[in-house]
Ligand binder design. Structure first.
Ligand SMILES: CC(C)(COP(=O)(O)OP(=O)(O)OC[C@H]1O[C@@H](n2cnc3c(N)ncnc32)[C@H](O)[C@@H]1OP(=O)(O)O)[C@@H](O)C(=O)NCCC(=O)NCCS
Length: 145
């Protein structure tokens, strides 16, 4: 059974490993604990019994929820885990006054762009040189309130 819950410190290694394998950026591990201390509700993980499936990291800024990271284990992709985590974030943050979800996605990450479109997001613009590699990002948004 797939469970989605708030991050705990014991999840940190799983989160870092998946992030390094799938997100293409070398984030400082301190980032996760700092964000968690500031805003724990936006840091969620998904498990199937003891198997780690994925995580999402999001931060509320007034009526906007910024999704900073979302990743699903390669062996468990395309099984609804990502959708489940977006749905969980929407239900958690609608109650806190969030009206818009926003995120950046790398040019060429067609799977993620298609995934977000299916979740109802649309492209609102582009940000040149957004990533440390110099690659650009699309900004995508979803109205929920
Ligand atoms: C993007 C990502 C989080 C999606 O998670 P997921 O659990 O695989 O997605 P879901 O199974 O919930 O997919 C929901 C819908 O999105 C679309 N979708 C997801 N993966 C897709 C793919 N590989 N090709 C086409 N459509 C896809 C489908 O419409 C899917 O519904 P369906 O399977 O009923 O057709 C996952 O592919 C991932 O971790 N990628 C690597 C990290 C990454 O790029 N993160 C985003 C950074 S901005």
């Amino acid at each position: 059974m797939v469970l989605i819950r708030t991050f705990r410190n014991t999840d940190l290694n799983d989160v870092i490993e998946l992030s390094e394998r799938t997100l293409g950026e070398n984030y400082n591990p301190q980032l996760y604990t700092t964000v968690f201390q500031l805003a724990p509700e936006g840091f969620i993980v998904s498990y199937d019994h003891n198997q780690f499936l994925g995580f999402a990291l999001a931060v509320q800024e007034e009526t906007e929820l910024r999704i900073l990271m979302l990743a699903v284990d390669e062996r468990r992709q395309r099984k609804g885990v990502g959708k489940g985590m977006i749905t969980e974030l929407v239900s958690r943050f609608l109650a806190k006054g969030v009206k818009t979800l926003t995120l950046e996605v790398r040019f060429g990450n067609d799977i993620a762009i298609e995934f977000y479109r299916k979740m109802g997001f649309s492209i609102k613009g582009a940000i040149p040189n957004y990533y440390s590699t110099g690659e650009s990002a699309y900004k995508m948004t979803l109205q929920i309130g």
